[in-house]
Design a protein around this ligand. Structure first.
Ligand code: URA
Length: 211
């Protein structure tokens, strides 16, 4: 018999609420990522949020501080949200995977992409957050989040910015991950940042206009 696929499902609270999720998350042993990470990082934002932003996984700083998008990518995200007219305190920010996956190189911890098995194992947490929030618009930041929401064939490069209906939100879309902007060659960075702001502005307009 094939061994059962890793899953976070048994670690979820029986009665779902955002505080109950945050209380249960530290006990998650749904895959092996908890063994090396400092802590699980849950989503953050108001229960009333109309927009939910989904990243890939906590980074080094998020892992230490226990909050999503508070490192360099988070600071870029904050600036882009502000420029696009979205108040970060009104959106819910979370990740497809709740533990930091990394490789140690000397004193540095270098981000490692989560595997499909780890992404699938962590999915019940994200699904629970979205079931509670019932967002109007779901915004996937980068390929990991987009493939979690839209399936493995989704390509952000081809389909970014397109708003579609989704079972977990009234509408869902994807854009580039802020870390990809930080990693872009210097001469491309400003253009990538402007396109990111444009995508977020379109999300705000869609929310305001209901279109
Ligand atoms: N990158 C992510 O995808 N999420 C974070 O929380 C931080 C960096």
């Amino acid at each position: 018999m094939r061994p059962a696929a890793p899953t976070a499902a048994p670690f979820l609270p029986h009665v779902l609420s955002l505080p109950a999720i945050l209380e249960a998350l530290p006990g998650c042993r749904g895959c092996s990522l908890y063994e090396h990470a400092s802590q699980a990082v849950g989503g953050e934002g108001p229960r009333s949020a109309s927009i939910v932003l989904i990243g890939e996984q906590p980074g080094d700083e998020e892992d230490r501080r226990g909050r999503p998008f508070v490192g360099p990518a988070g600071r870029l995200l904050d600036a882009a949200l502000e420029e696009s007219g979205i108040d970060r305190t009104t959106v819910f920010v979370t990740n497809a995977v709740k533990h930091f996956k990394f490789e140690e190189r000397g004193k540095r911890r270098i981000h490692k992409k989560p595997s499909l098995t780890e992404i699938r194992a962590c999915r019940p947490w994200l699904e629970a957050e979205l079931l509670i929030l019932k967002p109007k618009i779901l915004v996937c930041l980068g390929a990991t989040a987009a493939q979690t929401i839209f399936g493995a064939d989704y390509r952000v490069t081809k389909e970014r910015g397109r708003l579609v209906t989704h079972e977990w939100a009234e509408r869902a879309t994807a854009t580039i991950h802020p870390s990809a902007i930080l990693r872009a060659p210097h001469e491309d960075r400003n253009r990538e940042y402007r396109l990111f702001v444009d995508d977020l502005t379109a999300v705000r307009e869609a929310l305001e206009g209901g279109n």
